[in-house]
Design a protein around this ligand. Structure first.
Ligand code: SAH
Length: 349
């Protein structure tokens, strides 16, 4: 049996071609695209302005990807929500919705699991299961918008997985999310976070999108970075920084450096001084994240005074710096932990 085409991952042009090939009129493609990407239909059955026969043909020829919500947790502290979704093949992934004044911001997963092995991260503990298709990335946003009843205005690709390890699907997803006829999000409201896959950063730079690139830096020297992130052994710090410079030059978008502060590991004044030296020439924005404790990892957050001192030192060097607000501390802690606790629960059955 041949696999059915995943209709939700098709671009407008591809969908038009496919519909013409079925012998249908071109306007049908527009209707179908709108049902999928604007009205966020849950099935072909819902596409009520299509003739029944066409709906049946679509059902037969195409796969209509939807995600099934398995669990939704809501923080009593700030309303942040974590969603656990089941993919069509049974794997589970996690997404997060944060409510801000300007709308809601959704953090999506780009892979089920991850093979990058960062030492402080829960998402990588079980390794990579598979990359997500464009439709599966979009569906996290579509379902969350529908389930919450709140318009999604910002998207960060910062959940489980390494987006640049899934480049083609990521690009397709970005085009579908920001293109006309769908949710049509502003590229400027989208952030893609990477651990530093140099060829991926350079490729993305050449796409000339207006999205924000966030680099997970976490250490300002090659040696320290390597001890936290195995991928740093493959793509060394000078190369990664050079790729960020190319990204900035090609797109005009300032890069964000994410820096998880780990007590006694990367939180000294000397660390701050070295970080400032890297951020300054790139006009990079530094986002400090007191490390989220993960049960299997020994890392702990620095005390608040040390976090403030680190931030002040950078500010005094003229660096644009924020401390990431901790949201949803009461709901299954760090990134990837809801998915992980769910999978562990199941494997014990
Ligand atoms: N693979 C991508 C995106 C997913 S991780 C990347 O590496 O950027 C999203 C961000 O959360 C990264 O900056 C990652 O380093 C950080 N992160 C992972 N686990 C964390 C933890 N326990 N505490 C704080 N930040 C963490």
């Amino acid at each position: 049996m041949t696999e059915k085409t995943d209709i939700k991952s098709l671009t407008r042009e591809e969908l038009l071609e496919a519909i013409l090939a079925l012998g249908e009129k071109p306007f049908r493609a527009g209707q179908i695209y709108s049902w999928i990407h604007e009205k966020l239909a849950g099935s072909f059955e819902e596409m009520t302005n299509l003739p029944r026969k066409l709906r049946e043909t679509l059902e037969r020829e195409y796969e209509y990807i939807t995600l099934e919500p398995v669990e939704i947790q809501t923080s009593k502290l700030d309303g942040t929500q974590k969603y656990l979704f089941r993919l069509p093949d049974g794997l589970v992934i996690e997404s997060v919705r944060m409510q801000y004044k300007y709308g809601s911001s959704v953090c999506i997963s780009s892979q089920a699991g991850c093979r990058m092995g960062c030492r402080f991260c829960a998402s990588t503990i079980g390794g990579l299961e598979r990359s997500l298709r464009a439709s599966e990335m979009l569906e996290q946003i579509y379902r969350i918008q529908q389930l919450s009843g709140q318009r999604v205005s910002h998207v960060v690709v910062m959940g489980t997985g390494e987006p640049l390890d899934n480049y083609d699907n990521l690009l397709r997803f970005l085009r579908l999310l920001t293109g006309e006829g769908g949710l049509h999000l502003s590229q400027r409201n989208i952030t893609v976070s990477t651990c530093g896959i140099v060829p991926g950063i350079l490729r993305l730079a050449r796409e000339h999108l207006q999205i924000t690139l966030a680099l997970s830096l976490h250490a300002a020297t090659q040696e320290k970075r390597c001890s936290l992130m195995p991928i740093a052994g493959k793509y060394e710090l000078p190369q990664v920084l050079d790729a960020c410079r190319v990204y900035f030059e090609e797109t005009g978008r300032r890069v964000t450096f994410e820096y998880s502060l780990v007590g006694g590991v990367n939180d000294t004044k000397e660390d701050a001084r070295q970080l400032a030296r890297l951020a300054e020439p790139l006009y990079a924005h530094v986002n400090l994240i007191p490390v989220n404790p993960v049960t299997e990892r020994k890392f702990t957050q620095p005390v608040k005074k040390d976090v403030d001192n680190f931030k002040n030192y950078l500010e005094n060097c003229g660096i644009n710096v924020t401390i990431r607000r901790e949201m949803g501390r009461d709901i299954d802690g760090a990134c990837g932990q809801l998915r992980k606790s769910y999978m562990e629960g199941r494997s014990q059955c």
